[in-house]
Design a protein around this ligand. Structure first.
Ligand code: GRF
Length: 183
């Protein structure tokens, strides 16, 4: 039985996309690095259990909570913290991360803006998480604009299109991992 935990830090628009398919792929837990994140509101409205991470994060406590909730898969969907080695070494099940660039290009922060300013291709990647940040085997990747195409739009318009692709891709990633069968 696959049970997902979605890790969030902000608006939660990708969590919202995942919540839309929860009848087939239930999200068993939302873990947020911020109590005030709108993603927490979305989780509570959907009656999904929420764990708010303290600062500093007690990663041993996170592991314990995930095990108690019988979580089998983690999706980092807009999660703005780096998972430390000791967490990754103690978690042997899949972790997916959503990143708004065509990795390995533009890892890190402000990826869309940096690719846009460089007239580089713009896209979305969902990859398995390893101990190196924004590295790990790519599960899904989709180009949203090629470098020149994006220049005819504003950064805001490009960003909006990237988020729309993210919302579809996070659902495709869950479906792909779950092998099409439910839950
Ligand atoms: C997304 O662009 C994600 O790729 C990035 O932060 C944003 C989070 O969006 N890491 P949301 O919180 O899911 O709306």
């Amino acid at each position: 039985m696959i049970r997902w935990a979605v890790f969030v830090s902000g608006l939660g628009s990708n969590l919202a996309a995942l919540l839309e398919i929860r009848d087939k792929y239930p999200m068993a837990l939302v873990v947020s690095s911020k109590e005030s994140a709108y993603a927490v509101t979305r989780a509570r409205e959907a009656q999904v259990p929420v764990q708010i991470l303290p600062t500093p994060i007690d990663w041993a406590q996170v592991l314990k909570h995930l095990e108690e909730a019988q979580i089998t898969h983690i999706f980092l969907a807009g999660f703005m913290k780096v998972l430390p080695q000791n967490f990754l070494q103690n978690w042997d099940k899949p972790i997916l991360n959503l990143h708004p660039s065509l990795l390995p290009d533009y890892p890190g922060l402000k990826s869309i803006e940096r690719a846009y300013n460089d007239r580089a291709d713009i896209g979305v990647t969902i990859h398995h998480v390893t101990e190196a940040v924004d590295d790990g085997e790519i599960l899904l990747q989709e180009k949203v604009f090629d470098g020149e195409q994006a220049q005819s739009l504003s950064l805001e318009e490009v960003t909006k299109s990237v988020h729309q692709v993210e919302h579809r891709l996070v659902c495709q990633a869950v479906e792909k991992i779950c092998g099409g069968h439910h839950g």
